[in-house]
Design a protein around this ligand. Structure first.
Ligand SMILES: [Zn+2]
Length: 681
């Protein structure tokens, strides 16, 4: 029991009490108390805690007070209760106890455990059997009577069931209409043959949404009807449960206020909010009332449910393009001042056209009355330009006077519009300057000036490189390239040829050409370098003498018959180069042999040989320096006889067996050395 017992003071009935009823009167005198619905005797089950009064207008089902609804099974003397008599005073005392959901096997959808007792057990004022009358709870009809049950269907639709009334003394029959408070029978212990305790089992059947027709808790309905019976005013009759909230449904049961939240439209008292609705018991504001007039120059708001459009002073646009600083005034947009299009030029007109400034010239404002000027108005003001007198000559001062042009010559710097001149000056009315110097001092370029810049294009052709010892100098790549070195070759090996200052120089000693008769047939000629000899064969009728063919006989001719040259100095035999000239082991020519040559030749009979060549020296090919060279040869002898070859000798060799005499010369720095020899051919 977690709540205090409800206490209701009940007035004493007082007068005329009998002794038999005294104890009951004492009990009756006790204040009516009851445990709340759902509070059962501990251990008897789990009750349904509810404040709902299912039959608020019913009459208490037992005719008279006092009466004690409580448990039979768990009360004193019950099968589950303290030992003692069912008539124990504790069973006939307040407070009441609910036993609607007391432990039973009946199916009870509304009970917490799903099972329960169906109704409430009620004791009358005393435990006397068949004494205390019961009463109809409301106007209705007796619909069924069993061995220990009576069903009353009320006009309200609620069915009430009374159990354990003595069936023999029932005051009603099935189908009988009864009035509220009418006696139905008496409280007894009837239970279809097996007695129970003396009590009335009372229950209420109603249709419950979502569940169906079920037994509902009769406890609060019993409390309410009992308080009416014993004269306790309905505490809810004078109690106000109005919480002032439109979003709760207020109710009162047994003096207790209930405030159940509802979901419905409401009014939060603010007329500027629309579609207010209840939420969790409170009225919540809905949307704001629309108060937009679409005008920039009013500030829109809602006050007391009415839209307010207050004029403001915002910046606005009056849609007139040539006004500036437009501002809101009186709820509308007022134009500002005109746009300033002044350009500060006196000769122009200042106008605004569709928001754009335009400054066309004002006609006639610039006329200076001078026929020699063209008067115009520009953004710089009036312009008076001399007209028709410009000769485009920077060296004249053009002027107009009396309608006549004059062009006075002026001096000083000017511009001849030629960037290849500099230092332009006016002179005699003409502008000219000094040509730019573009000479690069190079004969192989063409020098010029183009657009102020020097150009030096390469040339081709001949030039002079300044070196007189070169010839055929020529231009190439813009440079003068040297030609060939001057040819100073004098053809003499004994001189060193060179060029200086354009002249050929031949250093080294030379000597006169010498001609020497080496024999009557041979003239030896030595050149300027002493080289030689070049042999010349003298005709037989012009023997060599005094260095020329046919010359005066040389007194030393006989002594010179050795054939050596004028400087004949026989070289050391060891130094003779046997490879030069292809001469084998020389056989020294025997002096005087030449003289025999002709005779020998005449008898030679060598076929195919020129007789003219026999006996004369033949000059041979080129000379070589530092070597022996065969320089001449002549047929010395020729056997011309076929002979029987000796053993091992080649027949071909034996065919002709001529002997040649050769002359060879040492070609060295030491000077010419000539010697003779023979070789077999
Ligand atoms: Zn019962």
């Amino acid at each position: 029991m977690n709540r205090p017992l409800r206490v209701r003071l009940v007035g004493l009935i007082g007068l005329g009490l009998t002794a038999a009823t005294f104890s009951a009167a004492l009990a009756h005198a006790a204040p009516f108390t009851y445990a709340p619905a759902g509070v059962l005797v501990p251990g008897s089950g789990t009750g349904l805690k509810t404040t709902k009064v299912y039959a608020p207008n019913m009459r208490y089902p037992i005719m008279d007070a006092p009466s004690y609804p409580n448990s039979q099974v768990w009360g004193v003397g019950g099968s589950q209760g303290p030992k003692g008599s069912q008539c124990d005073v504790k069973n006939y005392s307040y407070p009441w106890y609910d036993n609607y959901c007391e432990t039973r096997t009946w199916k009870m959808p509304l009970c917490p455990s799903g099972k329960g007792h169906q109704g409430q057990d009620i004791r009358a004022a005393t435990c006397e059997n068949k004494k205390h009358p019961t009463a109809a709870t409301e106007d209705g009809t007796i619909t069924s009577i069993g061995t220990y049950s009576v069903y009353l269907k009320g006009a309200s639709g609620t069915t009430y069931r009374y159990l354990h009334m003595d069936p023999a003394t029932l005051s009603v029959k099935t189908g009988q209409k009864v009035s509220k408070g009418q006696k139905l029978g008496v409280v007894s212990n009837a239970f279809g043959g097996t007695p129970t305790s003396v009590h009335l089992h009372f229950d209420i059947e109603q249709s419950v949404a979502g569940v169906g027709i079920v037994f509902v808790s009769p406890y609060n309905s019993l409390v309410a009807s009992y308080e009416k019976l014993i004269g306790v005013a309905d505490p809810c009759a004078t109690k106000s449960c109005d919480d002032g909230q439109v979003c709760t449904k207020d109710s009162c049961a047994n003096g207790n206020c209930a405030h159940v939240p509802v979901n419905s439209p409401c009014d939060d008292g603010d007329a500027c909010s629309l579609n207010d609705a209840c939420q969790n018991g409170n009225c919540a504001a809905g949307g704001e009332k629309p108060c937009d007039d679409g005008k920039l120059c009013t500030t829109d708001s809602c006050a007391s449910g009415k839209c307010v459009f207050a004029p403001n002073s915002k910046v606005c646009d009056d849609k007139v393009p040539c006004t500036v600083g437009d501002a809101c005034q009186g709820g509308g947009c007022q134009p500002g001042k005109g746009k300033d299009c002044g350009d500060g030029v006196a000769c122009t007109q200042d106008v605004c056209d569709k928001g754009a400034c335009k400054n066309p010239p004002l006609a006639g404002t610039c006329d200076d009355g001078d026929a020699c000027t063209a008067d115009t108005c520009t953004s710089q003001g009036c312009q008076h330009k001399a007209q028709g007198c410009d000769d485009s000559n920077p060296c004249t001062q053009d002027a107009c006077g009396g309608g006549t042009c004059s062009h006075a010559q002026i001096s000083g710097p000017c511009d001849d519009s030629n960037s290849c001149t500099s230092g332009d000056q006016c002179a005699a009315g003409a502008c000219s300057g000094k040509a730019k110097n573009c000479d690069d001092d190079n004969a192989c370029t063409v020098d010029g000036c183009l657009a102020g810049a020097c150009s030096n294009e390469p040339l081709s052709g001949g030039c002079d490189d300044g070196d007189t010892c070169t010839e055929g100098d020529y231009c190439g790549l813009g440079l003068c390239l040297s030609g060939a070195t001057k040819d100073c070759d004098d053809g003499l090996d004994c001189t060193v040829d060179s060029c200086g200052d354009g002249k050929c120089v031949h250093s080294g000693a030379t000597q006169p050409v010498q001609q020497v008769c080496s024999s009557a047939e041979i003239l030896e000629i030595y050149d300027q370098c002493g080289a030689g000899p070049t042999l010349q064969e003298c005709p037989a009728d012009q023997p060599c003498g005094s260095g020329t063919c046919g010359g005066k006989p040389d007194p030393q001719a006989a002594a010179d018959s050795t054939g050596a040259g004028p400087d004949a100095v026989a070289p050391d035999a060891a130094s003779v180069d046997t490879t030069a000239g292809g001469i084998g082991s020389d056989t020294a020519a025997t002096p005087g042999q030449t003289g025999n040559a002709a005779s020998a030749n005449s008898a030679s009979g060598c076929s195919g040989r020129s007789s003219a060549a026999t006996g004369g020296w033949l000059a041979l090919g080129p000379t070589l320096l530092g070597a022996w060279a065969v320089v001449a040869r002549r047929r010395r002898s020729c056997a011309g006889v076929r002979r029987v070859p000796t053993l091992g000798e080649s027949i071909a060799i034996a065919e002709e067996y001529c002997q040649l005499e050769v002359r060879r010369q040492w070609l060295g720095r030491a000077g010419p050395v000539l010697e003779s020899g023979t070789v077999q051919e």
